[in-house]
Every structure is written in C-alpha cells, then in structure tokens.
Design a protein around this ligand. Sequence first.
Ligand SMILES: [Zn+2]
Length: 60
Amino acid sequence: MLFKKKEKPLVAHTVEKCPSCKKETKRKFKEGDMVLAQSSECAACKVPTRISKIFGEPIE
Ligand SMILES: [Zn+2]
C-alpha cells in the first residue's frame, strides 16, 4: 500500500503490540493488515500480537 503526499511518496508501516509484555514492533505493512487484527507471535511470550497502528513513512 502506497500513499502519495506532496512530492514525497510514503510507504505504509504496521506497528504490532504484544498484549502480554506490551512490546511494540514496527514492520512493513503487508496486504491484509488491519488495526486490532491479530498478527505474528511475540518472540518472547509466544502469544499473538495485535496491530496497534498503521501509518505512512517517507521512503528513504
Ligand atoms: Zn510479548
């Protein structure tokens, strides 16, 4: 998913939050990501993380 704003193209990122240790992990957005959806497993707690935020960042 790409956003365009002025001259700078933005690339979507997804923030996953672990409900157990509250650790937030940022990764590239992938198709099907939705806020509050379950995502990948927390490496430390072995529980599914939830998507807390989806945002756009300028491409470097
Ligand atoms: Zn965790």
